[in-house]
Design a protein around this ligand. Structure first.
Ligand code: ZN
Ligand code: ZN
Length: 366
């Protein structure tokens, strides 16, 4: 069967090393001989899976296998035994650590969820810093019952199902046999308490949701797609709050100013005469302000001048980007009669008509 190794691990041919490893761990756990005493079929499959992983996890062997069209399954592994240096303790550690010992003792801590907010800001604020108004819903511990869920003067009673612990033990059938695990109690939703007289404000839910309308800082240098985390300002929880995540959305350019990371780019339109003769110009650059820019005689289209450290602040490393002004020749679309005379004089002086022949500039000299 072609490409059987991939099928054995249950992955596609484009699986990454990490995906292969994950798939292998899963299969190896399922099929490990310790779990299937004496089952020859399972043992054979286990060996095959090991062989597949030993081949596909080795870049050279994998390449050879792929080149062979996935048919060289048996070559080089006569015993079909495990050839790699994979550590089995790794597998079982991840297995036990990952699922079956997480029950813990006592009741689950109740931490609020995180809040994610999109913050739209302007190009200018993202460069210089500022603030924006954001609106979102935030869950608070009910102020009337302080999160007990019970009416004032009434106390919740201990949950009879879990005896107030919030957790019950549950038996689960797994590949390792029956395992006992502590899970959150259904009846009291893990709180360990039953509310008999619910609080009027939160109806026993213990939390209330408020609309939050606040100003948030826009850090100078923030870029489109960057996120700022504000600790403990997410949804409230009895044992602690979640975090507030601000995802910034920033336009790429504003009024001809364009941003590339911390660098700011500006295109300066110049008349051909300015570039040929040279000049010093005072230019009002949006966001940045006025800058004096020297255009040397004979400057070319596309030449740029760099103002070091005059770009946006670099986050989070510190320092600042540059401001880069690029010259762009702007050909007059319409000439006055006088300008036309001068351009014709230049063309004559440079013998442009002769260079290009009558076809192009012929009209000038007829
Ligand atoms: Zn309970
Ligand atoms: Zn309440």
């Amino acid at each position: 069967m072609a490409y059987e190794f991939y099928d054995l691990l249950g992955v596609g041919r484009d699986a990454s090393a990490e995906e292969l490893k994950k798939a292998y761990r899963k299969k190896a756990m399922e099929l490990h001989p310790d779990r299937h005493q004496g089952d020859k079929a399972k043992e054979a499959e286990f060996k095959k899976v090991n062989e597949a992983y030993a081949t596909l996890s080795d870049p050279q062997k994998k390449a050879a296998y792929d080149r062979s069209g996935g048919t060289a399954a048996d070559s080089g592994f006569p015993g079909g035994g495990f050839q790699g240096d994979f550590d089995f303790s790794d597998i079982f550690e991840s297995f036990f650590g990952g699922g079956f010992q997480s029950g813990g003792r006592g009741k689950r801590r109740e931490i609020g969820d995180d809040i994610e907010v999109r913050v739209k800001t302007t190009f200018e604020k993202a460069v210089k810093g500022g603030s924006e108004e954001v609106v979102y819903e935030r869950r608070h511990v009910c102020p009337d019952c302080a999160g007990t869920g019970s009416e004032k003067g009434r106390n919740p009673k201990a949950c009879p199902d879990c005896g107030g612990s919030g957790r019950v033990r549950q038996r689960m059938q797994t590949v390792f046999g029956v395992v006992e695990q502590a899970v959150s109690c259904h009846r009291c939703r893990g709180t360990g308490k039953i509310i008999e007289h619910p609080c009027q404000k939160c109806r026993g839910e213990r939390y209330v949701v408020f609309r939050t309308d606040r100003k948030v800082d826009v850090p100078a240098g923030i870029e489109d797609g960057m996120t700022v985390k504000i600790r403990a300002e997410g949804h409230e929880g009895i044992d602690g709050n979640g975090d507030l995540y601000l995802h910034f959305s920033v336009p790429e350019s504003e009024k001809g100013l364009h941003r590339d990371g911390a660098d700011l780019h500006f295109h300066l339109d110049l008349d051909p005469a300015e570039m040929a003769l040279g000049t010093v110009k005072k230019v009002a650059i949006p966001v940045v302000g006025e800058r004096e820019i020297e255009v040397k005689a004979g400057s070319q289209h596309g030449k740029s001048v760099r103002f070091r450290g005059e770009g946006a602040p670099k986050l989070p490393s510190g320092g600042k980007g540059d401001l880069i002004v690029t010259f762009q020749v702007k050909i007059p679309e319409k000439l006055t009669a006088k300008e036309r005379e001068f351009y014709e004089a230049i063309a004559k002086e440079k013998k442009l008509g002769e260079v290009h022949g009558k076809g192009i500039l012929g009209k000038l000299f007829d």
